[in-house]
Design a protein. Structure first.
Length: 152
């Protein structure tokens, strides 16, 4: 039963909205917080050096405080912030899909736990199917001689 819920897209939308609302609330209260997230879904721009990337665990905690907190924002379904990594404080823009955040933490206490399963691939597949469908529709339209009157 739980398996059906956590894979449900409506449930994922509710969880994403809850995380977004909570993070925006923390921004408004200037409350620092941490996020425990799946590192495989996180994007870094520029890419981090390999020696830094190798230090991350599958589940990685980022703490948003100071400059990192000041640069943090919500962009659509992503939490975006700047952070420095390693001994040289290598700067990178970090983009985290909200649904890949497993916990939001304040003072070592989880204040939100996300059980929804993030499916980035599904969105990409839906877009690809839509694009192919449009191409197939156009090809069907163009190959029908009856439609030549519409192309003038």
């Amino acid at each position: 039963m739980l398996d059906n819920i956590i894979k449900d897209s409506d449930f994922a939308n509710v969880m994403q909205k809850n995380m977004q609302d909570m993070i925006l609330h923390f921004f408004s209260k200037e409350q620092n917080f941490g996020i425990l997230c799946k590192i495989k879904d996180v994007e870094f721009s520029p890419e981090l050096p390999e020696d830094i990337q190798n230090q991350f665990h599958q589940m990685t905690l980022f703490f948003l405080a100071g400059y990192t907190f000041e640069t943090a924002r919500i962009d659509d379904e992503y939490l975006v912030f700047e952070a420095g990594f390693g001994t040289d404080n290598f700067g990178s823009l970090v983009t985290v899909p909200l649904l890949s955040i497993m916990q939001i933490i304040i003072d070592e206490t989880p204040v939100l736990i996300n059980l929804a399963i993030y499916k980035k691939e599904i969105k990409e597949i839906k877009n690809e199917i839509k694009e192919k469908g449009i191409k197939n529709s156009m090809n069907s339209f163009l190959t029908n001689p009856e439609n030549s009157k519409f192309l003038k």
